[in-house]
Design a protein around this ligand. Structure first.
Ligand SMILES: Cc1cc2nc3c(=O)[nH]c(=O)nc-3n(C[C@H](O)[C@H](O)[C@H](O)COP(=O)(O)OP(=O)(O)OC[C@H]3O[C@@H](n4cnc5c(N)ncnc54)[C@H](O)[C@@H]3O)c2cc1C
Length: 414
C-alpha cells in the first residue's frame, strides 16, 4: 500500500527519513519552517567572503555507514572526499611540533605499536588505559572512566572526544564517548578515513535528497512552520500550519524531525534534552598552500581543526560558549594568527566570516542523554527523528541519518 507521509523539518534527519520512505515507494511531503533547507547542515552565499560557505565545517568518517548509505542512495557519495587511508596530521601551536597519526586499515591496532604511526611520546599501554571507556555505562562521566590528562589525552583523546561530544570531555557522557571509540579507533583505520563535502554541504547532503524525493512524486516546501499536531484518540488526524491545515487519511503518517525545543512545543509530555552547546566556525577567503592537508588537528591554541577548501581556510572550535561574546573582528584576528602559524603562511587578515551556532548540539552529558526519547510516540502514526533522539551517538550527521532511518522503518512497519 502506498502511504502519504508528512515529514516536518528538512534537516538531515527529516531528509534521510524522506529518502528511505520515497525509496520504498511512498509519497513524501517535507515541510520546512524556514526559507533554508538542511537545518544545521547547510551551505549559503556569504557576502563578506564572496564565497558559498557552510554554516559549519562537518567531518564525516568512512565508518559512518548510515550517512554513507544515504549519500549513495541520493547519488552524491563521490562528493564526500578524503585521503585513501586514515591519516590525521596534527600540529602543536606551542612549539610548532607536527606529527602524522596513521591508523592501519584493519581492526588489529598495529599502529599503536608503531612509534612512527602513533602519537609521539606515547606508549602502547597509554592506549590500553582507554579500555574502560569502551564499556562505560551511560550514567558515567568520561572523567570518571579514564584519566583526562597526559600526552595521549592532550594530543588525541581530547581533540577526538571534544569534536564528537562538543563538550569538555571530562564532563561528557562516557557512554556516548564509548560509542565513538567503538565505531572509530576500535573499528580500525578503514572506518576512520576523514571525509568532507568539499563542494559544500548542501550540494552533497541536501540538494540531491530533495531532487530524489521530488523525482519520486514527493514535495519539499519551505516557509511551512507546523503549528499544531491535531490529535484524535490514538492518531494524529491533521497538521496545522500558519495558513492552512492538512487532514490526514487513516493510513497517513507523520515523522517529526524538528529540533528538541520545537518538538517539545508540539508533542505534549515529550522528554527531550534541554541544554545545548555552541560551535564556532571562522572562514577566511584564502587559497590554501599546496602543502596544506585538507584537514589538520591543532592543539595548544583556540583553533581545534583547520580545514582547507578551494579558495578558503576554515576553522572549527567546539564547545564554543567562551567565544560567544568575543567581538567578531577580535576573534577573526586571533584565529587568523593561529591559522598562519599552523599553515606556515604570512599574510594580512583576508576577508573573513565568523559563524556562531549557539545551539549546535545538545549537551552530551549523562543527564541530557537520559532525556532522549526513542522514535515511537503515544500516537500510532507519529514518529520522532532528530540528532537529539536516542540514537546512541552524540549529535552528528551519522546519528541524524540513523534517527531518520529508524523513524522511516517504523512507518514501513505500520
Ligand atoms: C556548526 C556545526 C558543526 C557541526 N559539525 C559536525 C560535524 O563535523 N560532524 C557531524 O557529524 N555533525 C556535525 N554537526 C551536527 C549536525 O549538523 C547535526 O547533528 C545535524 O545537522 C542535525 O540534523 P537534524 O535534522 O536532526 O536537525 P536540524 O538540522 O536542526 O533540522 C531540523 C529542521 O526542522 C526545522 N523546523 C523547526 N521547527 C519546525 C516546525 N515547527 N515546522 C517545520 N520545520 C521546523 C528547522 O528549521 C530545521 O531545518 C555540526 C553542527 C553544527 C551546528
Amino acid at each position: 500500500m502506498t502511504r502519504t507521509i508528512h515529514i516536518i523539518g528538512a534537516g538531515i534527519s527529516g531528509l534521510s527519513a524522506g529518502v528511505r520512505l520515497a525509496t520504498a515507494g511512498h509519497t513524501v511531503h517535507v515541510h520546512e519552517a524556514t526559507q533554508l533547507l538542511g537545518g544545521r547542515c547547510r551551505s549559503y552565499f556569504d557576502g563578506a567572503t564572496g564565497l558559498t560557505i557552510d554554516n559549519g565545517n562537518h567531518l564525516l568518517l568512512s565508518g559512518n555507514h548510515h550517512a554513507l548509505t544515504y549519500a549513495r542512495t541520493i547519488g552524491s557519495q563521490t562528493g564526500l572526499v578524503g585521503p585513501e587511508h586514515a591519516q590525521f596530521p596534527f600540529i602543536d601551536l606551542r612549539d610548532g611540533r607536527q606529527w602524522l597519526l596513521r591508523l592501519n586499515d584493519g581492526r588489529i591496532p598495529f599502529w599503536v605499536f608503531d612509534r612512527n604511526a602513533r602519537v609521539p611520546d606515547t606508549r602502547p599501554r597509554d592506549y590500553f588505559a582507554l579500555a574502560p571507556l569502551v564499556w562505560a555505562g551511560t550514567d558515567r562521566l568520561v572523567g570518571d572512566a579514564i584519566a583526562c590528562k597526559g600526552v595521549l589525552y592532550e594530543r588525541l583523546v581530547q581533540p577526538l572526544l571534544l569534536a564528537a561530544l562538543n563538550i569538555d570531555p571530562p564532563m561528557g557522557s562516557a557512554g556516548l564517548a564509548g560509542a565513538i571509540v567503538r565505531e572509530t579507533l576500535l573499528a580500525g583505520g578503514k572506518a576512520c578515513r576523514p571525509l568532507v563535502a568539499r563542494d559544500g554541504l548542501s550540494s552533497v547532503l541536501v540538494d540531491p535528497a530533495i531532487a530524489y524525493i521530488e523525482a519520486r512524486g514527493g514535495s519539499v516546501r519551505i516557509g511551512r512552520e507546523l503549528r499544531e499536531l491535531v490529535r484524535t484518540g490514538e492518531r494524529i488526524t491533521a497538521l496545522k500550519f500558519l495558513d492552512d491545515e492538512i487532514a490526514l487519511a487513516p493510513a497517513d503518517a507523520v515523522v517529526l524531525a524538528v529540533p528538541a525545543r520545537a518538538a517539545t512545543g508540539l508533542v505534549p509530555g515529550l522528554s527531550a534534552p534541554n541544554r545545548f552547546r555552541a560551535i564556532v566556525n571562522v572562514h577566511f577567503r584564502y587559497d590554501p598552500p599546496a602543502s596544506l592537508p585538507p584537514l589538520m588537528g591543532v592543539v595548544g591554541g583556540t583553533v581545534e581543526w583547520l580545514f582547507a577548501f578551494p579558495q578558503r581556510l576554515s576553522v572549527t572550535v567546539s564547545d564554543g560558549e567562551r567565544l560567544i561574546d568575543t567581538p567578531r573582528e577580535e576573534l577573526a584576528r586571533t584565529i587568523w594568527a593561529e591559522v598562519c602559524k599552523a599553515a606556515r603562511i604570512e599574510a594580512e587578515l583576508p576577508p573573513w566570516q565568523v559563524v556562531r551556532e549557539r545551539r549546535a548540539t545538545f549537551e552530551a552529558t549523562p543527564e541530557q542523554n537520559a532525556l532522549r526519547p526513542g522514535a515511537v510516540t503515544a500516537w500510532t502514526n507519529l514518529f520522532l527523528a532528530g540528532d537529539w533522539t536516542d540514537t546512541g551517538l552524540p549529535a552528528t550527521i551519522e546519528g541524524s541519518v540513523r534517527s531518520g532511518d529508524r523513524a522511516a522503518d517504523h512507518v514501513l512497519r505500520m
